[in-house]
Design a protein around this ligand. Structure first.
Ligand code: GDP
Ligand code: IMO
Ligand code: MG
Length: 423
């Protein structure tokens, strides 16, 4: 029996979806614990490609139950769209998707406020999914939760209370049109009928499963450097993607966690604003983006690309307690003569070995690189560790040492079969 947390180790889009899909074969339950439809987790099975935003990637494995924990913020519109796409592809969510009664709902005003905030002085480059404003209301204790959908008069009262305040803000501060209370009450009362069968007491469900020795995989969204506490604040998301968030976002206590798997991209990417020390603004960055198809799975935005940042991953290993790592997109480096890896930084003429998560400091540091030889050969067909060219193995060993990580899984393409264990 295993309770495993799977986290993104960099700025998101490390290939979590693909690895969750692969691992889910050995788990009874896959659960999301934070974030919302800002996530875009891609899974390719045969010729089919799925992008999951809210529903755990485990849904694509027959027989696996999926949970959306209380730490997740749920946009009912996005959820229903996702269910529809799955059902159209003959993937049933009935009796295998369970949603926490305590999860907060994304409301239309959250998305509106997200876009208004983004047009202000401090642009974060959000996904525009209303994530930040929804978590603001959660922590201000004004949020509307899944459970509230079950009591029509309470739901109406809460929507009215929120809109009384939001409309004042929209009209008087932002000069926007007020939102219609009755229309919103009607719209959200409709969601009740559809979402009701999925609602569950998640802490009891998950802890009972653990008592029955059933394995659980906790699927993180985003990545450690987007964590509101440990990331490059303020250029972060509004939740805790790091492993601690898996306990608070599901109700599984820390002493029931068996292990933490970190998903690490063989280079670095980031979407949105914020510091990125190893970013390549030249043709090398363009080459990584092109070969790696680095375009956002949720917004389609081009991802910023750069070399591997070892102190960053070492920091991520520390704050997440990562036991083993899945290295993804190694094949993207097949076409490079030389591959620089950032091993430390320089700040005011001094060498800095640890990753400074402070954005102001990060803007001032210069990465120091060690350059490794590329392998200039196709790894996409490799089926085991021995198949890899010796320079690729050296690259992996270098990353292990420089970032204090232990590579267990290697991914050399987007397909399920393009993955193997380093035994
Ligand atoms: P996630 O948000 O962490 O699940 O990652 P995304 O799905 O947003 O982005 C990862 C992208 O890389 C997806 O398009 C995957 O299909 C693709 N991918 C995953 N692993 C590999 C790999 O090893 N090689 C290549 N070339 N693509 C991969
Ligand atoms: P997955 O799960 C990459 C980024 C946004 C922005 C910041 C805040 O697919 O790895 P938000 O909409 O959350 O308020 O935006 O976080 N961001 C992601 N970047 N992958 C993601 O998810 C992301 N989710 C949010 O680009 O910089
Ligand atoms: Mg993604």
């Amino acid at each position: 029996m295993q309770v495993t947390i799977l986290v993104g180790s960099q700025w998101g889009d490390e290939g979590k979806g693909k690895i969750v899909d692969l691992l889910s074969e050995n788990y009874y339950i896959v659960a999301r614990y934070q974030g919302g439809a800002n996530a875009g987790h891609t899974v390719e099975i045969g010729d089919d490609k799925y992008i999951l935003h809210l529903i755990p990637s485990g849904i694509l494995r027959e027989g696996v139950s999926c949970v959306i924990g209380s730490g997740v913020v749920i946009d009912p519109v996005a959820l229903l769209e996702e269910i529809e796409v799955l059902e159209k592809n003959n993937i049933s969510v009935k009796d295998r998707l369970f949603i926490s009664q305590n999860a907060h709902l994304i409301m239309p005003y959250h998305k509106l406020l997200d876009s208004i905030n983004e047009s202000g002085a401090q642009k974060i480059g959000t996904t525009g999914r209303g994530i930040g404003p929804c978590y603001i209301d959660k922590y201000a204790r004004k949020g509307i939760r899944i459970n509230d959908l079950l009591d029509r008069s309470l739901l109406a009262k809460k929507i009215k209370m929120n809109l009384d305040e939001k409309n004042l803000l929209l009209k008087n501060i932002y000069g926007k049109e007020e939102l219609d209370v009755e229309k919103m009450i009607e719209q959200y009362q409709e969601f009740d009928k559809i979402i009701d069968p999925f609602i569950k007491d998640i802490p009891h469900y998950l802890n009972n499963a653990i008592s029955e020795k059933k394995s659980i995989l906790l699927e993180g969204a985003q990545g450690a450097l987007l964590d509101v506490d440990f990331g490059t604040y303020p250029f972060v998301t509004s939740s805790n993607p790091t492993s601690g968030g898996a306990c608070t976002g599901t109700g599984i206590p820390p002493n029931k966690i068996s292990n933490v798997i970190g998903i690490v991209k063989a280079y670095t990417t980031r979407v949105g604003e914020g510091p990125f020390p190893t970013e390549l603004l030249d043709e090398m960055g363009e080459k990584l983006r092109k070969i790696g198809s680095e375009f956002g799975a949720t917004t389609g935005r081009p991802r910023r690309c750069g070399w591997f940042d070892a102190p960053l991953v070492k920091y991520s290993q520390m704050v997440n307690g990562i036991d083993t790592v899945a290295i993804t997109k190694l094949d993207v480096l097949d076409h490079f003569e030389n591959i620089p890896v950032c091993v430390s930084y320089e700040l005011n003429g001094k060498k800095v070995k640890t990753f400074p998560s402070d954005s102001e400091v990060l803007n001032k540091i210069t990465p120091i690189y060690e350059t490794l030889p590329g392998w200039n050969s196709d790894t996409t067909g490799c089926e085991n560790y021995e198949d890899l060219p010796s320079s690729t193995k050296e690259y992996l060993s270098f990353l292990e040492k420089a970032s204090s990580i232990k590579v267990e899984i290697i991914s050399v393409g987007p397909k399920r079969k393009q993955t193997f264990y380093k035994r």
